[in-house]
Design a protein around this ligand. Structure first.
Ligand SMILES: Cc1ncc(COP(=O)(O)O)c(C=O)c1O
Length: 373
């Protein structure tokens, strides 16, 4: 059998990510590949850095894109900031908090786990109590926007608690960046990572990160070597920050970075605050449509993520049949429930370029039809 070129059926992506990629970003991806140390490319990397500073609302010098997906951004934060034997308070209210625990334990550090029920935000009072019991904890880690449940936690207050206890904060902003308010400098976040494929609506596989000066100090004063060569920031920084003179570290994903650059230019042109507002207003439209179908939200209104709507599957409705109908008849992808929400909830994403009226209209119409069937 001769294998032919792959041409995927175009879909509307309204799941937990990847989200719809704008044609502008896709066309940037197809521009001619140039050398990753070519002066033009190096200049573009500088622009990515300032666009990321804009998106994160930070002036952190160490702001860059890790050449790998969000999980690698997560590992970058942990491998650089945590040393064996250190205590880290980790908040778990969904799948991605549990992954943080994995990261801490694999580094030979001690995870003090604060569990909150799925579908609820991180409980600040519990975190404060954990710091009283473990005043030697060096770091607080939590997920700002839990994609597995559709919940937003209070990153500003949590970072304040970390600061009051002389601990660093590590914040997962994979789903929040570009979709909801996130202010790295104002909230005093020490290390933050995100993903290209959510509200930035870029192709998957890149993880923007940013480290505060305090976090950089911690990396510089480590007693032990960073246990990952690829993610060791003291080495990667030479590539991203060489001020004109870059040293080879790895071959950057050149075309994916064109795509990231374009998606960030689009964010800048729209205005960050306008992007936050657009996600909120499309969420309100979707909420109206879903409510008219009798579909209920899992998460209390004040903690809901506009970009990730977790809703209960109506009683008597087959999860798979509905999602297959949407995919096969409408080329529309919505997300299944994860973990304890599997078979009980759907996750409807309105991320980045997907947060548009035509998508909301399509989703509500397709669900109306599929539920009738
Ligand atoms: C909150 C959160 N953290 C981390 C990740 C991991 O990102 P990636 O799948 O790009 O490795 C995801 C991916 O969905 C996520 O939603």
């Amino acid at each position: 059998m001769t294998i032919r070129s792959f041409h995927p059926t175009p879909r509307t992506l309204m799941g937990p990510g990847p989200s719809d990629v704008s044609p502008r970003v896709l066309s940037a991806l197809g521009r001619p590949t140039i050398g990753h140390l070519d002066p033009e490319f190096v200049q573009m990397m500088d622009e990515i850095k300032s666009l990321l500073q804009y998106a994160f609302k930070t002036e952190n010098t160490l702001t860059m894109a890790v050449s790998a997906p969000g999980s690698a951004g997560m590992e970058t934060c942990f491998v650089n900031l945590i040393e064996p034997g250190e205590k880290v308070i980790v908040c778990v209210n969904g799948v991605f908090g549990s992954r943080m625990v994995e990261n801490v334990e694999r580094l030979g550090a001690i995870a003090i786990v604060i569990n909150d029920e799925w579908g609820t935000p991180v409980d600040v009072a519990k975190v404060k109590r954990a710091f009283i019991e473990h005043s030697d904890a060096k770091c607080l880690a939590f997920v700002h926007a839990e994609t597995s449940t559709g919940v937003l936690s209070d990153a500003k207050t949590l970072c304040e608690v970390a600061r009051d206890n002389s601990a660093l904060s590590i914040v997962d902003a994979v789903t929040s960046l570009g979709g909801v308010e996130l202010r790295v400098d104002e909230w005093g976040i020490d290390a933050v990572y995100s993903g290209s494929q959510k509200c930035l609506s870029c192709v998957p596989g890149i993880s923007p990160i940013s480290f505060s000066e305090k976090a950089v100090e911690k990396v510089k004063s480590r007693k032990s070597k960073v246990p990952s060569w690829f993610l060791d920031l003291s080495l990667v920084m030479g590539y991203w920050e060489g001020s004109g003179k870059r040293s080879y570290h790895h071959t950057a994903p050149v075309n994916s970075l064109y795509a990231l650059h374009e998606s960030l230019v689009m964010l800048q042109d729209e205005g960050l605050e306008n992007a936050w507002k657009r996600h909120e207003s499309q969420h309100q439209k979707l909420k109206q449509g879903l409510t008219s179908l009798g579909i209920e939200f899992v998460v209390e209104e004040q903690y809901r993520l506009p970009q990730l709507n977790t809703v209960f599957i109506p009683k008597g409705v087959d999860d798979n049949v509905v999602r297959q109908t949407l995919l096969n008849e409408y080329n529309l992808e919505i997300g299944a429930g994860l973990g304890s929400f599997a078979g009980k909830a759907w996750r409807i994403g309105l991320m980045g370029y997907a947060a548009r009226t035509e998508n909301v209209t399509l989703c509500v119409a397709a669900l109306t039809d599929a539920l009738k069937k």
